[in-house]
Ligand binder design. Structure first.
Ligand code: FE2
Length: 179
């Protein structure tokens, strides 16, 4: 189940807000420019469906999303606990970074933590199946799905280079373990 936990960035372990309520999550995240929506989707997929099948099933939603954001491409990212690069991919996403485009994800299966670091606060948004999140360009953040990642997410890109991160060098994510 999706959840938002907010901390003062100097006080790990002492949340100031914690909620599972989608409307409350959307409201808190909108205050820092992050779009969060829980979609009631009629699409039924199996975790072993091919990426092409998943993209096709969500095409109407993606077209709408890409039209609204001016995005130019979409793909499917799938991580399973036995993925040979699970540990390396976890490290890659775990260091605080920004992008020069919005980071848009829709979770089809499983979930993971998007953690934003804004105005002295840490916003840990656990996104689950059915959740859309869009992190604005230049917002400091990281992502963690734990040591045994299990999720499938759609990714929407405006940059033709795909996922490009600019790391801040801040080790804050080590002080806010989410899994
Ligand atoms: Fe990112």
């Amino acid at each position: 189940m999706s959840q938002l936990t907010i901390f003062d960035d100097l006080r790990p372990g002492a949340p100031v807000v914690s909620t599972h309520d989608a409307e409350a999550m959307a409201r808190e995240l909108a205050a820092i420019g992050v779009r969060f929506e829980r979609w009631e989707s009629p699409v039924a997929l199996r975790p072993d469906d091919a990426p092409e099948t998943i993209l096709a099933a969500y095409k109407p939603y993606l077209d709408e999303l890409m039209g609204a954001t001016g995005a130019c491409s979409a793909d499917v990212i799938k991580l399973t606990p036995d993925h040979p690069s699970a540990a390396a991919l976890r490290e890659k996403f775990l260091a605080e970074h920004i992008h020069t485009e919005d980071e848009i994800r829709f979770f089809v299966h499983g979930g993971g933590h998007f953690v934003m670091h804004v105005n002295g606060r840490v916003y840990d948004a656990y996104c689950a199946a059915g959740d859309l999140i869009s992190v604005p360009a230049n917002t400091k953040h990281w992502f963690d799905a734990g040591a045994a990642p299990d999720f499938i997410a759609l990714r929407v890109f405006t940059d033709s280079a795909g996922w490009v991160a600019h790391f801040t060098g801040d080790t804050i994510s080590a002080r806010f373990p989410v899994a």
